[in-house]
Design a protein around this ligand. Sequence first.
Ligand code: NAP
Length: 468
Amino acid sequence: MSYLYLLASLMFIIGLKELGAAPTARRGNTISAVAMGIAILGTVIEHHLLNSVQILSALLLGSVIGIVWANRVKMTGMPQLVAILNGFGGLASMIVGWAEMEEVAHYNWLGYITLNNLPCSHLFNYFLLSVTTATVFIGAITFSGSLIAFGKLAGWLPTRGLQVPCKFLTLLASFGFALIFIKCSPAMVYLPALYGLIVFSLIVGALYILPIGGGDMPVVISLLNSLSGLAAACAGFVIGNVLLIVAGSLVGASGLILTLVMCKSMNRSLLKVLFHQFGEKKDVSNRQEREPRAISLDDAYYLLEAGQKIFVVPGYGMAVAQAQHAIKALSDLLEENGADVHYVVHPVAGRMPGHMNVLLAEANVSYDKVVDMESANREMDQIDVAIIIGANDIVNPAARENPGSPIYGMPVIEVSRARTVLALKRGSGRGFSGLENALFSQENTVMLYGDAKETLTQLVGAFRNASN
Ligand code: NAP
C-alpha cells in the first residue's frame, strides 16, 4: 500500500510539473487524475474497504456526477466550476476534521468529552487539537468563501465589492472558540467549542469574500485554491495520511505561488485585497468625452488589409462568443496577406487564471505567437492595429491615467498607444469590474459592434472573397 502512496505522490509531482507549461498541460492533467485514482485505491486497500458497499457507491456516485458535470459545463461556466470545486475540497477537509473529533471523543460523567484510544502524551493531544482546529477553520472559510466567489462569477451576486458589517467581530469569535477548543484540557475535547468554530468560520469566509470584487477576484480565486490544499494537508495530519499531506501541500504551495503572481499582475498586495473593499474609490474622472465611433465591416476589412503589425487582445467576450477558432482563421488569412500577427494575453483576462491560454490552445494557436503583456507594451507604438476581442478591463487606460479610478495602478495592455484600435464587442457593456472605459471613445479607436464570433466569421469571409 505504501508503494501505491509513493507512486501516487511521485505522479502528483510530475503531473504538477507538466501542468506548468501549456504544451504539456493536458498530459499533466491525465497523470494527476490517474494518481488520484491510485491514491483512492491505496486508501481502499489500507482500510480493507474493498467489499464496502458504501465506499463503492460513493465512488460510483462521485464519478458519475463528475463526468456528467464536466461534460455539460460550457467553457464560460468553467471558472464557476473551478471555484465550487475548491469549495468542496475545503468542505471535505472540514468534515474530516470534525468527524475525527466525534470519533475520538466520548462523553464522561461530567458532561465533558475525553479523548479515546489516543497516546496519553499531552503534547500529541495538543498537536491533534491544533491541527483539527486549523483543518476545520481553513476548510470552512474555503467552503463558504468559494460559494460567494461562485455566486459572483456566475452573476448571481454583484461583482463589485459589497460593504459588510461585523467582519472582524466574527473573526474574533471564531478565534475565541478555537482557543477554548485547544486549551480546554489536553486530554479533553469540548465539542460545543468545535461547533461554534465551524459556524463562525463559515460566516467569516462569506463576510471576508463579499467585499472583494472587480479586479481583485482573480487573486481571491487562486487564494481559495491554495487554502483548499492547506486544509487538505492539515486533514492529512489529523488522520495520519501521508499522501493527503503531500497532495495538500502541493496544491497549497502552487496555489500560493499563483496568488502571488496574480497580486503582481494586479499590482496589489495580498493584504490590500483581503482587507480593503474593491471600489472604495469612486470612479469619478473616467467619463467618456466623445461617443465611440462605429465602423462598417468593409471599413474594418480595409483597415486590417493594410495592417502590417497586428496584435490580437482576447478577453472574456471571446470566451462568451466562443470566437477562438474564428480569430485563428482570421489571423491565418492576415498572415497570408503579409501581416505579422501576435496574441497578447493579460494574466487576468477572462474569468480564471490561464482562461485565454486554454481557449487559444484549443484553436491550435501556436505558443510562439502568444506574447506576454510586458513585451507587448514595449512594442505597442509600432503596432498598426490592435484588435480587441471582447476585452474591457484589461485594456482600460484609466489604470494608467486616472488616479481616481479603483483600478489605478493595475498593469494593463496599453493598446491605446497602437496606431489604431479595432474593438469588437456587442454594445456598451462594461467589464467585470463595472467601470467605464474611455478607450472605446478615443480618437484612434473604432468599434465593430456585434457578437465577436459572428463579426470575425464575416471578416474571414471578406478576406476569402477578396482572394478568390
Ligand atoms: P471584461 O472586462 O469582463 O470585459 C468583457 C467584455 O466582453 C464586455 O465589456 C462585453 O461587452 C464583451 N462581450 C461579452 N460578450 C461578448 C460577445 N459575445 N462578443 C463580443 N464581446 C462580448 O473582460 P476582460 O477584459 O477579459 O477582463 C477580465 C476581468 O475579469 C477583470 O476585471 C478581471 O479582474 C476579472 N476576473 C478575472 C479572473 C481571472 O482569473 N482571470 C477571475 C475573476 C474575475 P459587451 O457587453 O458590450 O459586448
